[in-house]
Design a protein around this ligand. Structure first.
Ligand SMILES: *Cc1c(COP(=O)(O)O)cnc(C)c1O
Length: 433
C-alpha cells in the first residue's frame, strides 16, 4: 500500500516521498501528514484479524500500535520496527469521577499504562521505526518531559543515539530520571519550550539528526491507534465524546485523523465529538477557537503546574482546528485548582494520573455544568500520563503546600495528609477508631 507525505494545507496539498526527511512542506511551510491509498480496505475482515492477533506471541501483534498496522502502513519492511509492546491500555469505568464530572457514566482510556508511562509511546514506536528505516543514527526532541522519556527508551531499544533538550528547571524529576536511565544525552537549556524547538530545528539540519517532536507525522500515525484500539475495545461502538488535554495539540490531531479514516473506511458509523481541554495559563488554542475570525496568537509565557501541557505556541494548531471542527467538538480551559481537585477524584477511583491528564475531568465538570455536555452522554476521557510521573505535585497538594504559578496557593480541597504517630498501639487505635 503506497504511502506519501502530503501537505496538510488545503490550498497546497503538495506530495512528497515517504522517505524524505522533512518536517514541514518545503513549498508552503505547512504541516505534513501521512497519506495512503486505502482502496483495498476490508473493514470486517481487518477487525477479525486484529482480534486474532491479541492471542499471538509475535512482537508486532502484541503491540497495541502495530496490531493495527493496516491503518498505519507507512513502512515497507517491518524489520525496522522498534516495539516495547506499547498501547494495550485499558478502558476503565470510573463511577466516582463520573459523578464529580456531572455524568452518569465515564470511561477513562488510560495511556499511563504504556511502557514509559504516557501516550507518547504510541507515537514514538512509529517515529523510532521510521528513523531506522531512513538509516538515521541520531534522534532528538524538545520536551516538557514525557516525549524525552519515551524517545530515550525507544532510541535505546532500537540502537539509536538519543539527544533530548528540555527547559531548565521546568520538568518533573520522574520524567528526567527516565531519560537519564535510558541513556539519553540530556541538555537542559536556559529557554522555554517554544524557543528550544526553534533551536533544535537548526541543530537537526546542521548535524543530520532525525527530529522526533510531535510535528513528526509518523508519531501522529502511531497516536491514531489510541482511538483505533479504543473502538476495538468498545466493539466498534463510537462514544458521544472523546475528551483530551491539549498542549502541542499533536494528540487531538491524531485522534481526529483516526476518526475521519475509521469513518470513511466504514469501521464506525458515527463520529464522536472531540473536546480539547487546556490549562487556563497556557490556553492559546482555547483563546483562538473562542474568537472566530481572530488570528492564532501564541502565549509568550505559558504557566501551569501541568507541565505536559505548558506550551504557548503549539505547532499542530492548524490540524487541531480542522479536527475539532470536523468532529463538531469544542475547546475548554480549566484553572490550576480545578485540575488539582479533579486529579484527586481520579485517584479516588483507584486510577490516578498526572496533572495534565486530570484537565479532562476538570473540563468535563465545567462542560456539564454549562450544559454543553449532556449528563447522559457516553464519554471517554483519555488519561495521558501515569500518576508516578509527578509525585512531588501530589505530595504538595495533600499537605497543603502546592502553589500555582504566581504564588497562589492551591487549596488542598480533598487533601489526605500523612499522619506522624508515636509507636503506641492505644494512641493509633484511637486515631483509627
Ligand atoms: C504530551 C502530553 C500531553 C499533551 O499532548 P499534545 O499532543 O502535546 O497536545 C498531555 N498530557 C501528557 C501526560 C503528555 O505527556
Amino acid at each position: 500500500m503506497p504511502a506519501e507525505l502530503i501537505c496538510f494545507e488545503s490550498s497546497c496539498r503538495a506530495r512528497y516521498a515517504v522517505t524524505e526527511v522533512i518536517y514541514n512542506c518545503p513549498r508552503c511551510g505547512g504541516l505534513l501528514e501521512a497519506g495512503y491509498d486505502f482502496s483495498s480496505v476490508a473493514a470486517g475482515e481487518w477487525k477479525r484479524i486484529w482480534r486474532q492477533r491479541r492471542t499471538s506471541n509475535a512482537p508486532l501483534d502484541q503491540s497495541g500500535v502495530w496490531r493495527y498496522r493496516e491503518l498505519i502502513p507507512f513502512l515497507d519492511d517491518y524489520r525496522h520496527v522498534v516495539t516495547l509492546r506499547e498501547g494495550n491500555t485499558p478502558l476503565l469505568d470510573a463511577g466516582r469521577a463520573a459523578a464529580y464530572g456531572g455524568l452518569r457514566r465515564l470511561t477513562f482510556k488510560h495511556q499511563g499504562f504504556n511502557p514509559t508511562g504516557s501516550f507518547k509511546d504510541n507515537g514514538m514506536t512509529c517515529g523510532a521505526s521510521q528513523a531506522r528505516r531512513l538509516g538515521m543514527q541520531r534522534v532528538a526532541c524538545v520536551s516538557t518531559g514525557n516525549t524525552s522519556a519515551s524517545m530515550a527508551a525507544y532510541a535505546a531499544a532500537g540502537g539509536l543515539q538519543p539527544a533530548i533538550f528540555i527547559p531548565h528547571g521546568n520538568i518533573s524529576y520522574g520524567k528526567l530520571a527516565q531519560a537519564l536511565e535510558y541513556g539519553a544525552k540530556t541538555l537542559q537549556v536556559e529557554a522555554n519550550f517554544d524557543q528550544i524547538l526553534k533551536l533544535v530545528r537548526v541543530l537537526a539540519e546542521k548535524l543530520g539528526i532525525y527530529l522526533l517532536n510531535s510535528i513528526n507525522p509518523f508519531r501522529i500515525e502511531g497516536q491514531k491507534t489510541i482511538i483505533i484500539e479504543m473502538m476495538d475495545q468498545r466493539d466498534w461502538q463510537a462514544p458521544d465524546w472523546i475528551v483530551v488535554p491539549g498542549g502541542n495539540l499533536g494528540n487531538v490531531s491524531a485522534f481526529g485523523k483516526a476518526l475521519r479514516e475509521l469513518r470513511e473506511l466504514g469501521f464506525i458509523d458515527r463520529t464522536p465529538k472531540l473536546a480539547v481541554i487546556q490549562a487556563a495559563g497556557s490556553a492559546p488554542f482555547y483563546e483562538y477557537m473562542s474568537n472566530p475570525g481572530g488570528r492564532f496568537q501564541a502565549v509568550e509565557h505559558p504557566e501551569t503546574l501541568a507541565t505536559a501541557i505548558k506550551i504557548g505556541d503549539p505547532v499542530s494548531w492548524p490540524k487541531a482546528k480542522h479536527e475539532v471542527i470536523a468532529s463538531g467538538g469544542l475547546v475548554e480551559k480549566v484553572t490550576e485548582q480545578e485540575i488539582a481537585d479533579a486529579k484527586v477524584q481520579i485517584g479516588l477511583c483507584g486510577i490516578g494520573c498526572e496533572p495534565a491528564s486530570a484537565a479532562t475531568l476538570a473540563g468535563i465538570r465545567k462542560l456539564t455544568a454549562a450544559g454543553k455536555m449532556d449528563a447522559g452522554a457516553d464519554v471517554v476521557a483519555v488519561l495521558t500520563g501515569n500518576l508516578l510521573k509527578d509525585p512531588d505535585y501530589i505530595f504538595r497538594y495533600h499537605t497543603g503546600q502546592l502553589e500555582a504559578p504566581g504564588g497562589v496557593r492551591i487549596e488542598s480541597t480533598f487533601g489526605n495528609r500523612p499522619v506522624v504517630v508515636a509507636n503506641d498501639a492505644e494512641e493509633i487505635a484511637a486515631l483509627l477508631g
